[in-house]
Design a protein around this ligand. Structure first.
Ligand code: GLN
Length: 306
């Protein structure tokens, strides 16, 4: 790894920050500074290089869909999870409802869109909502190897108050028999996962763990079973970048997951973990500067898996 390269990615990414804007549908995210930009790369020996605003905290948003899925698969059988959600990309935006009300099959298409992640979250177990929240936070801390990881309550409340589309999605799935139990509690857990606050450095370690077949490169501990890692990485390739996943695979070629908080993680298999942050988003919800930094790193570090 080369610090000059990481710095080069940042300089390149900065040129594109002005072409986007912060997520406006979650009021607390709308007020973030759109010019922030950071990057962290963790190699498989656990060495981390950073540039820019890599210590800035931001909320994971859809990146947490990976954590929800990994936890759900730890607590439930494969069939218990995948009777509620499919494994196919949609080509639609992440909060779309158009494919949720079919005559034959109402399952959300995959765990990386809101509907699918909400269905996955509904399978996360615990005796009470409070216990389920604690289980999720502790699990996220273990996966990211960061004991300080916590919820950004401003963002959580902001989304909980305004998440009407997600409410529509969960009640539609409830009426179609996909969701069981208390919808408001499942939603609260989903919003809490989206509001987990982290830094590029934290996420780079998580990404490197995925690239390293589930073994945290810093502690040497296996935190994700290999079967789950393979499934998660495949979903990152086909569905991780919303309705830009196909073009991203074709041009950048790394398993990746994006969030509307401005973060994106990439886990080129057997190579390294990358996390970028820039809250200025394009019209599909991907960080403008973040995308360009990934493009730059893929090209210059030869990380394209295809
Ligand atoms: N919390 C956001 C939502 O549910 C996450 C979406 C995203 O990051 N794409 O709408």
């Amino acid at each position: 790894m080369d610090q000059k390269l990481i710095q080069g990615a940042l300089t390149y990414g900065r040129r594109f920050v002005r072409y986007g804007k912060t997520a406006s549908y979650i009021p607390e995210l709308a007020s973030k500074n759109p010019s922030k930009l950071g990057v962290a790369v963790c190699d498989l020996e656990g060495n981390i290089l950073t540039a820019g605003d890599s210590e800035e905290k931001f909320t994971m948003q859809s990146i947490s869909k990976l954590i929800a899925l990994i936890l759900a698969l730890e607590q439930n059988s494969y069939d218990d999870v995948f009777c509620k959600v499919g494994l196919e990309p949609t080509g639609d935006s992440f909060s779309s409802t158009v494919r949720l009300d079919h005559l034959t099959n109402n399952k959300p298409f995959n765990p990386m869109i809101n509907a699918g992640a909400i269905a996955v979250t509904s399978t996360i177990r615990g005796a009470s909502l409070e216990e389920r929240k604690t289980v999720c936070i502790n699990f996220a801390r273990k996966l990211l190897g960061s004991s300080k990881l916590d919820v950004d309550y401003e963002v959580f409340l902001s989304e909980a108050r305004t998440g009407f589309k997600n409410r529509a999605i969960i009640y539609l799935m409830r009426s179609n028999g996909i969701i069981e139990g208390n919808c408001e509690e499942h939603l609260e857990l989903y919003f809490m996962l989206c509001s987990l606050a982290c830094t590029c450095r934290d996420l780079a370690v998580f990404a490197a763990t995925l690239a390293n077949n589930g073994v945290n490169p810093i502690t040497g501990e296996t935190v994700i079973p290999l079967r789950t890692v393979k499934l998660v990485r495949s979903l990152m390739v086909t569905c991780g970048m919303y309705d830009y996943s196909g073009e991203f695979a074709a041009t950048v070629g790394m398993p990746s997951k994006s969030g509307v908080g401005g973060g994106i993680i990439s886990c080129p298999i057997g190579k390294c973990g990358i996390a970028v942050y820039g809250p200025s988003l394009d019209e599909k919800g991907n960080s403008t500067g973040g995308l360009k930094m990934l493009e730059y790193l893929s090209e210059n570090m030869e990380l394209n898996m295809f």
